[in-house]
Design a protein around this ligand. Structure first.
Ligand code: CAA
Length: 283
């Protein structure tokens, strides 16, 4: 199925990154969020990143303008009626995502694929909110989206081969390398990554080391590009906690219990880079 107009629900750090790579691949993009200020912030971030690419000589000013010209913003989900393929990248909250999928199912034409960028919520649970479970799929981008090469493509029990192929091909068109995962909590990426981050938080909780030392061990000892606590700050501690809860509730296995320090930080609003404070402080 040919996709010309690509819809993105959510203009936050994942949503605006996805909108950027889609527009850079030549698609027309509709980036939707619930408030003008959210879509404006998302658009400003794309403008800033493309501006840096122009400064570095990786893109011409004309190319930047063409990419920006392909992105329309929206604060009304009904605008998704014009999209041929929609990816939802709203906050990692099951009730919220269920509502978005119910709305999209009503608004979008029956042939339109509804993908979710969920980090860990089972695709089957999301697809059950719609009358088109065969056209619901996971399309999981990594943060920062313009830089990271992977898209994890997750098949739900009912996902059709055609839906899978269209999503896989679209990931390739975006310049990404897709990998297939089946539908279990956390899929592949977060089933492995988040318990590692959670264990790093336990190390901090048990005073095995300072945040800096824990991150130094993983950076210099294991060649990770950034330490697990710095990475948690990048992802957002609220998102990390939500993923750990999904793993814990999904498998009912105590090895996935979130570290109490995670909850304490999230309750205090220390969510990482986006709030200026997480395991580190950001100016
Ligand atoms: N947005 C866009 N581009 C960014 C960026 C951002 N937030 N941060 C860095 N970049 C770009 C820079 O502009 C730079 O681009 P050029 O090569 O064109 O100059 C390039 O990335 C490298 O950046 P830096 O030199 O500033 O820094 P770095 O080499 O340390 O790389 C990093 C930064 C790419 C974030 C790197 O530290 C890294 O790969 N970290 C790990 C990220 C990771 O693990 N992501 C997955 C998170 S898990 C997830 O997303 C799934 C989930 O569901 C939770």
């Amino acid at each position: 199925m040919e996709v010309k107009t690509f819809g993105v629900i959510g203009a936050g750090q994942m949503g605006n990154g996805i909108a950027q790579v889609a527009a850079m691949s030549g698609l027309n993009v509709i980036m939707n969020d619930i408030k003008d200020e959210f879509v404006e912030r998302g658009l400003a971030n794309i403008t800033k990143l493309l501006g840096k690419s122009v400064e570095k000589g990786k893109m011409s000013a004309g190319e930047k303008d063409a990419v920006m010209g392909r992105i329309k913003t929206s604060v009304n989900i009904k605008d998704m009626a014009a999209a041929d393929f929609v990816v939802e990248a709203a906050t990692e909250n099951e009730t919220l995502k269920f509502g978005v999928f119910k709305n999209l199912d009503e608004v979008c034409a029956p042939h339109v694929i509804l993908a979710t960028n969920t980090s860990s919520i089972p695709i089957g649970r999301i697809s059950a909110q719609t009358k088109r479970p065969d056209k619901v799929i996971g399309m999981h981008f990594m943060n920062p989206v313009p830089v990271m090469k992977l898209v994890e493509v997750i098949r739900g029990l009912a996902t059709s081969d055609e839906t899978f192929k269209t999503t896989w091909d679209l990931s390739v068109k975006f310049g990404k390398t897709p990998a297939q995962a089946n539908d279990y909590p956390g899929f592949i990426a977060n089933r492995i990554l988040l318990p590692m981050i959670n264990e790093a938080v336990f190390c901090l909780y048990h005073s095995v080391g300072t945040a800096e030392d824990i991150d130094t061990v993983m950076k210099l000892g294991m060649n990770h590009p950034m330490g697990p606590l710095a990475l948690a700050d990048l992802i957002g501690l609220d998102t990390c906690l939500a993923i750990m809860e999904t793993l814990y509730n999904g498998f009912k296995d105590s090895k996935y219990r979130p570290c109490p320090l995670f909850r304490k930080y999230v309750e205090a609003g220390w969510l990482g880079r986006k709030t200026g404070r997480g395991f580190y402080e950001y100016k």
